[in-house]
Structure formats: structure tokens, C-alpha cells
Design a protein around this ligand. Structure first.
Ligand code: B16
Ligand code: MG
Length: 219
């Protein structure tokens, strides 16, 4: 195992609740629409525009807005989201992650970030974790988002490795599908049934450690 590609939301910190709050605010204000709680997990790993398209479809509003209006609505949601995440600190790092990053670094494992979020560099900065990463994939440069493999292929390439030399960490089923399609070993955090495609599933980030990743890689 020469590299590890990290997802951000749900692996390093829990931003899903802030995404959901921002979308809920926008949906209520603009479409008089209340989003069901399931949307929080359904939008995990899904890009900003695709998230909005899913919300519009739920409200039977697909096609009612021009591409320019859709972009404006997405921008507005992002303004709410950025305000919420501006308060993130090191205390918002999920359990076990700081130790894992330090151990991987000590073992000279290359670290890359494979997040669909355009806000990822800012979030890592707020968490005080930016310097751990050798590369951060820019999601706006990719042809297709998760579950397509592009982001994990790029995460390996950006640190000079083949996907087969890396482990990918994810909490969303779309993300696990992307890791496997890229040809990486997948370690997932969450529900065993939902994430059955992964090579190893743990229920919490607190269960992650260097030895578990190496064992998963060698299996
Ligand atoms: P942004 P991940 C994803 O992060 C989130 O899970 C998803 O809900 C969000 O829509 C997406 O980032 C885009 O985020 O609006 O900040 O560009 O799980 O891929 O780290
Ligand atoms: Mg995630």
C-alpha cells in the first residue's frame, strides 16, 4: 500500500448535515418545499448541481428553471453552506482520523483527497489538515462524478501511483462504486449492507487504523 485516497464528507469530517441544512433552507425559501430527512444521505458524494437536480425532481420542478437560474440557485446554496462550514475547527475531525493521517505520513504513504466538494481545500484548512495531503483532486476538472472512477484514478495519478497501489476510503455507496471501478481496494465506513461492495467495512472512523488498511490491501 503506497497511497491512500480519502473521501472528505463522512470520512474526515461530517459536512453532510451542513449540506442538508443549506439545501433545506434553499428549498423552503425558493420552492416552498420541505426536504425529507432521507435527502441527507441520498445527496452524499453527489455534486452540487446534481444534488439540486435531484431536489428539483423531488419537487416536480425539473425543467422549470433555465441553466443560468439553476447555477444561481446552486450558488445561493453554496453561500449558506460556506457560512456554516466557516465555523469548523480541529474539534470537527471525525474520531481516529488525525491518528490515521499521522501514522500514514510516518510510513511515507502518499495521501490524496478524492472529494466531490469544491470547498474541500477550505475545509481541510479549517480542520488544520491541509499539510498532510500530497494532492487534492479538483472535481471541476473531471468528466464524471462518483460513481464513475475518474476521481479515484486521478487521486492515484496525482501522487504518481497506480490505483492498484492504493486504498480508497469512503462512506457513500456511490463512492465505494467509484473506488472499485478505479481498481483500488475499498475500505468503507458505515452500514455493512449498503456498502457491501467494499473490501472492508467498519461502522465508525474510530475503527480505522494503519494496520487495518494494510491488512485490507493485502487480502
Ligand atoms: P460542494 P464528498 C460531497 O463531498 C458531498 O458528500 C455532497 O453532498 C456534496 O454535494 C458534494 O461534496 C459537493 O460539494 O457543493 O461543496 O462542491 O463526500 O465527495 O467529500
Ligand atoms: Mg463522503
Amino acid at each position: 500500500m503506497k497511497g491512500v485516497a480519502f473521501d472528505l464528507d463522512g470520512v474526515i469530517t461530517d459536512t453532510a448535515k451542513f449540506h442538508f441544512e443549506a439545501w433545506s433552507k434553499l428549498a423552503l425559501e425558493k420552492f416552498d418545499l420541505e426536504l425529507p430527512a432521507e435527502f441527507e444521505s441520498q445527496l452524499k458524494g453527489i455534486s452540487r448541481i446534481e444534488s439540486l437536480e435531484r431536489i428539483l425532481a423531488f419537487g416536480k420542478l425539473s425543467g422549470k428553471y433555465t441553466p443560468a437560474q439553476v447555477a444561481e440557485l446552486a450558488d445561493e446554496k453554496n453561500t449558506y453552506y460556506v457560512a456554516a462550514i466557516s465555523k469548523l475547527t480541529q474539534a470537527d475531525i471525525l474520531p481516529g482520523i488525525s491518528q490515521l493521517l499521522a501514522d500514514l505520513k510516518a510510513q511515507q504513504v502518499k495521501l490524496s483527497l478524492a472529494s466531490a466538494s469544491k470547498n474541500a481545500p477550505m475545509i481541510l484548512e479549517k480542520l488544520g489538515l491541509l499539510t498532510y495531503f500530497d494532492a487534492i483532486v479538483d472535481p471541476s476538472k473531471l468528466k464524471a462524478g462518483k460513481p464513475a472512477p475518474d476521481i479515484f484514478i486521478e487521486a492515484a495519478k496525482a501522487v504518481g501511483l497506480a490505483p492498484s497501489e492504493c486504498v480508497g476510503l469512503e462512506d457513500a455507496s456511490a463512492g465505494v462504486a467509484a473506488i472499485k471501478a478505479a481498481g483500488m481496494v475499498a475500505v468503507a465506513i458505515g452500514d455493512k449492507e449498503e456498502l457491501a461492495q467494499a473490501d472492508t467495512v467498519v461502522s465508525s472512523t474510530a475503527d480505522l487504523n494503519y494496520d487495518l488498511l494494510v491488512t485490507s490491501y493485502q487480502q
